[in-house]
Design a protein around this ligand. Structure first.
Ligand SMILES: *Cc1c(COP(=O)(O)O)cnc(C)c1O
Length: 354
């Protein structure tokens, strides 16, 4: 027997979630698979989502790996190229690249070869992270249109508030007025905008988190959206003990028992990707029953409350998040978002996909 931790990747849930995206938007779907497909594994996710029209990621080597695995779809580099020497690879493998800065436009000038680059011009409509500011857009557009190496231009922006009450209206309006005179495909929507703002859909939508079965919204659950969790992180109880009132648990003795109680130690810690800052009370399932973590998360283990859990013993199954326990609930208890928990899964956790 090996250490009982594993992450299960439910491929049919991925396909279900892609169908949910299709029900909301008739646009082409650019499945966002950055960060090793949000921790789920780039190639296995791309295979399960093979019907998506495109894949978006950061690293040119990952993009090439997808091409070499036989994917013919659009493959978009979300931050574009970082140095001019990536351009020949982008051309050779027919990748699409974001261009978000004058700096990148200058690098493109150093690459005058006749080519057929597919460029996504990124416009900053309020996120203030990447993208040309409105005043730069006409010049950037002119430059790209007349550049011999550029074959097609797609216009894109990214929303900062699509998951919040404020919504996308301001950014959408800014994008529309800036791009009104250009004939080019457009792409704006992340998962939240895809689900809530049809007016933002345009030619391409770019869902990420929803494909992995988590809700982008605080006020609507994944289940309410028809999404199914893809990653289930599970492990087992490896030690059980009874403690009495006043006994303390784990490093720094952060949890102190108020009464006699049965506790368990689970083979999962921050070196597996479980958040160390998850406080006592973070939800966890033992034998399918909801209970709570106790004390500080260690590198390889964490404590759980076994009070009232039927038949809890060494070997009991534990769900840290996923099927039966939304990752959003664990994230919110730990003061973070589902995205971070999924991406944080570490390489030592065995993955089982089916
Ligand atoms: C990560 C990302 C997305 C996907 O966002 P979700 O909230 O996961 O749907 C879309 N577009 C860009 C530019 C991104 O960086």
């Amino acid at each position: 027997m090996s250490r009982p931790i594993q992450a299960h990747i439910d491929l049919s849930a991925l396909q279900n979630n892609l169908r949910v995206a299709r029900r909301h938007a008739s646009s082409r779907i650019m499945a966002v698979v950055k960060a090793n497909a949000y921790g789920h594994g780039l190639l296995r996710v791309a295979e399960a989502l093979g019907e998506a029209e495109g894949f978006a990621m950061l690293d040119v080597r990952d993009a090439i790996a997808l091409r070499e695995a036989g994917f013919r779809q659009t493959i978009l580099l979300l931050e574009g190229f970082f140095s001019a020497d990536e351009l020949p690879l982008i051309a050779e493998y027919e990748l699409s690249t974001v261009i978000h800065s004058m700096h990148q436009l200058d690098m493109l000038d150093a690459y005058p070869r006749r080519s057929s680059l597919q460029v996504w011009l990124k416009i900053n409509t309020g996120m203030n992270r990447l993208g040309f500011v409105p005043e730069q857009v006409p010049a950037a557009m002119e430059k790209l249109k007349s550049h011999p190496a550029v074959r097609e231009i797609t216009l894109m922006t990214h929303f900062s508030h699509a998951d919040e009450a404020e919504g996308v209206a301001d950014q959408l309006e800014r994008f529309r007025s800036l791009t009104a005179t250009y004939r080019a495909p457009r792409s704006l929507a992340n998962s939240a905008a895809l689900l809530r703002y049809p007016s933002s859909h345009s030619e391409w939508v770019r869902p990420g988190i929803m494909l992995y079965g988590a809700s982008p919204f605080a006020d609507t659950s994944a289940q309410q959206l028809g999404l199914r969790p893809v990653m289930t992180l599970s492990s087992g109880v490896i030690s059980v003990r009874d403690v009495k009132a006043g006994d303390r648990i784990g490093y720094a003795g952060l949890f102190r028992a108020g009464t006699t109680m049965r506790i368990g130690t689970v083979a999962c810690g921050y070196a597996d990707g479980y958040p160390r800052h998850a406080p006592t009370g973070t939800p966890v399932l033992v034998n399918g029953q909801r209970t709570r973590t106790l004390g500080r998360v260690s590198m390889d283990m964490l404590g759980v409350d076994l009070s009232g859990i039927a038949d809890a013993d060494v070997g009991s199954r534990v769900t840290l998040w996923g099927a039966g326990l939304p990752v959003e609930d664990v994230a919110s208890s730990a003061g973070t978002v589902s995205y971070e928990l999924m991406c944080a899964l570490t390489a030592r956790v065995p993955i089982v996909a089916d």
